[in-house]
Write a protein that binds this ligand. Structure first.
Ligand SMILES: [Zn+2]
Length: 462
């Protein structure tokens, strides 16, 4: 009998990994890192329940680390199969994975320096070199076309609208007289969309795995573009800078798109906008190049010769020298820089310089996880530690949560209602326990579907 095993993203939004087995063959969907609490992170060091060498294929939904960040470990463990994904996902992964290896090495070095690792010496989960080697296994698949991997597995993909290249995966599993369709939503995008086309509604499946990150929350519906324009204008009038810590993948491109639009519509004055993150600059190039993932709106702009991610006075600061030159910049200015939670990267320098001055604004546009520098600043603290000293917080702090890349529960329910037929069984994955349970109750009461929240390492006979 074919089986499905939940190797991650159960009771957490991280570590997405699912294993399908049929006819003695194994197919893995996503291969994510566990992130967050120490208990979760330690799972990255545990061996998988099956040897990686026994897995023939890995298919990816999208290139966020919690869906691909375990790949170098899988290969170190003996995986020699194919890694399949959309070409945009593979292009993003080629940037994200080596960067992750680099960060793993830095973390290990830091732990050794501080002497707080229980391993002596602390080892990186994988190195930059190992991450680079894993790219050799990448094979792009053609969007939407069914691909037969073997007599036991065939898959198709559908647009997920989450980030560039993100796809849902429908796997048809066959063994003897049994044929079952399993649909993996991956991370589900928003309705409506800014840059990407909306998530598609696939055909009904026997089993549906759907994410539940925002299973208990709704995104704000205020006119946040007007609010963004007001924040920038007010800061400019004070002669200050707007510093925006932003994720390099997705968020930075959305900001550029919105700022360009606000300036073109004359809702906001043009001012210098600096993107100070080599990763965000590379990712913006991919967003430009992968036109197959562009929605109608963006296509119409391009037809008019408008560059969607280029506001009039934008500067892409790739080198360290260009980044340092921002210290001497005359205000007003907007600086968009990574990391999104201010845990590291160039944005920390800008925050150190800008936080003590009341004329500046620090604008958070993404989720700030507990314990991060971003969350401390956001919480209204008087000071925050940077480079070993306390930095006073006098700048104006603003928070806008409208730009999430995940559907909220209203959007998830709306998407589920579009299915022509209820799946035989629905599993809620990729959510904290509270969020998954809240969504389970909503789906049960509003759609009367058979829906469960699976446990870590749970195995389902299909
Ligand atoms: Zn994601």
């Amino acid at each position: 009998m074919p089986t499905l095993t939940f190797l991650g993203a159960t009771g957490t939004v991280t570590g997405s990994k699912y294993l399908l087995e049929a006819g003695g063959e194994r197919l893995m969907i996503d291969c994510g890192l566990f992130q967050g609490s120490k208990e979760l992170r330690l799972r990255n060091w545990n061996p998988l329940p099956v040897p990686p060498s026994s897995i023939q294929w890995l298919v990816l939904t999208h290139a966020h680390l919690d869906h691909i960040g375990y790949i170098p470990r899988l290969i170190a463990g003996g995986f020699r199969g194919q890694i399949l994904a959309s070409s945009a996902t593979l292009d993003l992964a080629k940037l994200v994975l080596p960067d992750s290896g680099h960060l793993q090495e830095e973390d290990a070095e830091y732990a050794n320096h501080k002497g707080f690792s229980k391993h002596a010496p602390a080892l990186p989960l994988y190195t930059y070199e190992e991450a680079l080697r894993s790219l050799d296994y990448f094979r792009p698949f053609r969007d939407a076309q069914p691909l037969e991997l073997s007599p036991h597995f065939t898959f198709r993909s559908f647009r997920a609208g989450h980030i560039l290249g993100a796809r849902m995966l429908e796997v048809t599993v066959r063994e003897n007289a049994t044929t079952k369709k399993v649909l993996f939503s991956g991370d589900l995008g928003r309705f409506p969309q800014l840059i990407l086309p909306e998530p598609e509604t696939p055909d009904p499946a026997d089993y549906l795995l759907v994410e539940s990150t925002y299973g208990d929350r709704l995104h704000p519906r205020d006119d946040f573009q007007q609010r963004l324009a007001a924040i920038v204008e007010e800061t400019a009038e004070r002669g200050g800078a707007v510093v925006i810590p932003a994720f390099a993948v997705g968020r930075t491109q959305e900001l550029l798109y919105i700022l360009r639009d606000l300036i073109e519509q004359r809702t906001m004055h043009s001012l210098p906008i600096h993107v100070d993150s080599p990763m965000a600059i590379d990712v913006t190039d991919l967003y430009r190049r992968h036109t197959e993932d562009h929605g109608l709106q963006i296509g119409a702009l391009e037809a008019q010769g408008i560059k969607p991610f280029s506001p009039p006075d934008v500067h892409f600061d790739r080198t360290r020298e260009e980044s340092k030159a921002l210290n001497d910049l005359r205000y007003p200015v907007i600086i968009i820089s990574a990391s999104g939670m201010a845990t590291g990267g160039r944005v920390v320098h800008h925050l150190e310089r800008c936080l003590p001055d009341h004329r500046n604004t620090v604008l958070f546009v993404g989720f700030q996880a507990a314990g991060t520098r971003g969350q401390i600043i956001e919480s209204g603290a008087q000071a925050v530690k940077m480079y070993g000293h306390d930095v006073r917080i006098r700048a104006r702090i603003e928070i806008m949560d409208n730009l999430s890349a995940h559907a909220d529960y209203g959007e998830i329910l709306g998407w589920l209602r579009r299915f022509r037929q209820a799946p035989g069984k629905t599993f809620l994955v990729h959510g904290e326990p509270k969020a998954a349970e809240a969504l389970r109750q909503k789906i049960t009461s509003e759609l009367a579907w058979n829906v469960t929240v699976p446990a870590y390492l749970q195995k389902e006979f299909l």
